[in-house]
Design a protein around this ligand. Sequence first.
Ligand code: ZN
Length: 647
Amino acid sequence: MTDVNDARQLRRHLNLPPARNIVWLGLILTLAVVPITGCGGDTVPPAGLSLLLVTLDTTRADVLGCYGGGEGETPNLDRLAGEGVRFERCTACTPMTAPSHATILTGTWPMVHKVRANGTGKLPDSATTVAEILLAQGFATRAVVASFVVKRMFGLAQGFEVYDERMPLSAPRRPALERPANLVAEAAISNLRDVAGSPFFMWVHFYDAHHPYVSTTGNGPDSREAYMEEIELVDRQLGRILAVLDGLGITDTTAVVVVGDHGEGLGDHGEFDHGFFLYETTQHVPLIFKVPGWTPAGGVVSTRVRTVDLAPTLLEITGVTPPEIMEGKSLVTMLAHPESGADRVAYSEAWQAHDAFGMAPLRGLHDGAWKLVDAPDPVLFDLAADPGETEDVASAHPDRVADMQHTLHQLLDVGGSDAAGERLDITDETAAALDALGYTAVEGDGFMGMNDENPLHHKEAIEAYAQATRVMTTDPERAKQLLAEVVLANPEAPGPFFRQMRLHMTKRADDGRIGFCREVITARPESKLPRLHLAQLLVRDGQIDEGIGELELLLVHAPQYAAGHLELGKVLLGVGDTEGARGHLEAARRLAPRDVAVLIAFARLDAAAGDLNSAVAILEAALEIEPDSMAVRNELALARRTLVESP
Ligand SMILES: [Zn+2]
C-alpha cells in the first residue's frame, strides 16, 4: 500500500512521464488561454483536470432513463449523459462488487489482480491503482465508500490519502454494513470542499441499489419497484454532489465518470440478484463520461467497451501515460470521437457457483455480437438477433464456439493462473457481515471437490441457495428449510452446508449444534470451520480439555489457520496458561496482523500480565484499523480506566 511519503518513490518506480498536472496554478492559466471548443475535435483532453469517479453498485444499464429505461426517474444521470458521452455497451468483468472494483481501479483483469470474491479476497499490496499513480502525480486522493465488502481490509484503499469507509453504527435494516446514499453524498461533499483548491481524484461509491431494497412508498421489499426507488435515491444524491461542484466553481475543471460495477437479475433468467451467472442483466452496466471543455455533448459510443478500460482512461484524461501492467485500453479517442473505434473483446467471469457449490466457474467472452459463456457445456448467444439471451445457438456454430474458446484460453494464459490470490482468514464477525449482505464466506478447503458441473444446469438449486442467503437474518426458519432441500440435493456443496451450520450456531439454546458439527467433521475430517466451531461449543459448555484437544488437532491439520490460533490463545488465556496463550496469539498476529479480534486478545493478554500501557497501545492501533469497532472502543475504555485506577 502506498504511503503518502512514498509517492515520489512510486513515481520513479513506475517510470511515469512528467505530468501536466504538477503545477496546478500554471494549468489554470493554460486553461484560461486555450480556447475551449466543446465540440470534441481534439484527441487530447484539456490539461489540469480533476477526476470524480462515481461507481453505482448493482445498477443495470437498462433501467436508467438515458439507457431507455422508463420505470423510474434518473434526471441527474440523464442530464450528465446529455452533457457528456454515454457508452451504450459497457461490459463489467464480473458480477461481484470487490472484484469488479479491483478491475475498475487497477485496469487489470481478475486473473491478474486475483480478487475473485467478496470478503475472502484482497487486492495485493503489489497491485497498482489509479489512486496510487495520481497520488504520485501530486493529486489529492479521496474515497468515500458505502459497503462492508469494499472496506480497507480488502485492499482497495491503496493510494487514497483519505479512505472514508464509515458506516452508520445502526439504522433500521442497515446494520452498519452499508452506508445510505444521503450519508455518502454528505461525506463526498465534505471531502470535495477539502480538496477543491488542488487537483484531486475522488472515488464515490453508492451501494443502495444492492439488496435489500428499501421502499419508502410501500413497495414490496423484493420488488422491482423498490429496486427502482433505490436507483432514484442514488440519482438524487448524485445530483447533490454535482450541484456542489457547481457551487465550488470546479465543474469546468472536474471530469465526471459514472460506471456500474455490475447489474441485477431482478428475476430475469431465473436470477434474483447477481453473482452466479453472466447474463447481460448483471454484465451490462452504465458508463458515462463528462470531461468539461472536451467531450461532445450527447455523444453516444455504440461499440463495446469494458470496465477494465476505465483506469487507463482516467489516467490519460489527466495526461498520465498508463503503465504497461494495465490491460485495459484507454477510451480517450472514443470520447473525442464517439463514432470512432471498434468493438473490444470483453472477458467476464463468475466464481460464486464454484465457491458455494464446487461447480465449474463461468467465463464469458463478448466478441462482436457473439457472446460465449464457457463451462463444460458452453452456451453461445447472438446478441444482435437475440439481445434477451433466450436461445443458445452453440450447437449451430461449433466453429465459432471453438474460436472463442481459443481466444478465451489465450487471455487466461496471458493472465496467469486461476488461483485466488491473497486470502483473508474469515472471522465470525466478517462471516456474519457477509451473510447479511448475501455473500458466501466459505471456508471450504476441505470441501473443494470440483464437480465440473455447469451452473447453468443447476439454476433452481442455486437460486434456492441465493434466496436462503438473502433471508438468513430476516427469516432464519425459511432459510433453514431452503438450505435443507439444497443440501439434500447437493450434499457436497460447501456453501449450503456451511450456511446451515451457521443457522445452527445462531441458536444458542440448540443442543443439536455439537452433534451437527461432529456429523460434518465425520463426513469431512479435514475441514476447519466445523472443528473450530465444535471447539468453541465444547469450551462454552465447560468441556475445556476436550475443546483444547479439538483446537490442537485442528492446528495439526491447518498450522496456518489464524482463527484456530486465535481461538486456542483465547482459551488458554482463560485457563491461566499465559505462556501457551502468547505463543498462539503471536502466531495469529503473524498470520493476520490487521485483525482487530487478534489485537483485542493480545491486549487482554498483556493486561492480564500487568502491562496495561502495552494493552492500551495495542488497542489504539486496533482503533486506527477499525475506527467503527465498538468492541475495540469498549475494550480501550476499560483498559484506560484500569490504567488510571491502578496504583
Ligand atoms: Zn456490487
